[in-house]
Write a protein that binds this ligand. Structure first.
Ligand code: COA
Length: 153
């Protein structure tokens, strides 16, 4: 059975590989090993594991007491379609609740998937913290085609 647990240092390579493959396809942002390590140290990254193999990853970034973002959500090809993505999202929603944060944001191309996880589409302009802290560094900043979605926890 797949379990979701906090990521450890020993997971860095598996996480890097999963994210790297999708980043190459332009489906998500690339994460360096150093960035993954920092997120693990901040206890902000989770993995889906079965029989000592890592099938998926998801992270949480907290902007302020009202807003967090789910990041680096990815399930490798062999794990897809088995409910692992949904479980990872549920774990990040739980983490958001535990940290008493009001809403969880996703910037994504996977709208139907996130709708199934309880998110709804919102205006990017209502998410100023995110835009100013991160998006300004993105090559797609002036031409962003990701959809902003939120869930209130
Ligand atoms: C998006 C992603 C995380 C989904 O993970 P997954 O483990 O395959 O999804 P699940 O099996 O948990 O699916 C949950 C539900 O969403 C649906 N779903 C999953 N991907 C979908 C898609 N691309 N389009 C429509 N529905 C989708 C499933 O059919 C399932 O519905 P059901 O419960 O009614 O049967 C995975 O496809 C992935 O890693 N994609 C590449 C990276 C990426 O785009 N990440 C998102 C960055 S924000």
């Amino acid at each position: 059975m797949v379990t979701i647990r906090k990521a450890r240092h020993g997971d860095i390579e598996a996480i890097y590989t999963i994210v790297y493959d999708y980043a190459l396809q332009g489906l998500m942002l690339h994460r360096t090993r150093e960035a993954i390590q920092q997120e693990i140290e901040a206890e902000a990254m989770f993995v889906a594991e079965e029989a000592s193999s890592i099938y998926g990853v998801a992270g949480i970034t907290v902007f302020d007491p009202s807003l967090a973002e789910i990041r680096s959500l990815a399930v490798n090809k062999s794990g897809q379609g088995k409910g692992i993505g949904r479980k990872l999202v549920a774990r990040i929603v739980e983490e958001t609740k535990q940290r008493r944060i009001e809403k969880l944001l996703s910037l994504t191309y996977q709208v139907p998937f996130f709708e199934k996880c309880g998110f709804h589409i919102t205006q990017k302009e209502t998410m100023p913290q995110k835009v100013w802290k991160d998006c300004i560094h993105c090559a797609k900043f002036t031409n962003c085609d990701e959809v902003a979605m939120v869930v209130y926890v």
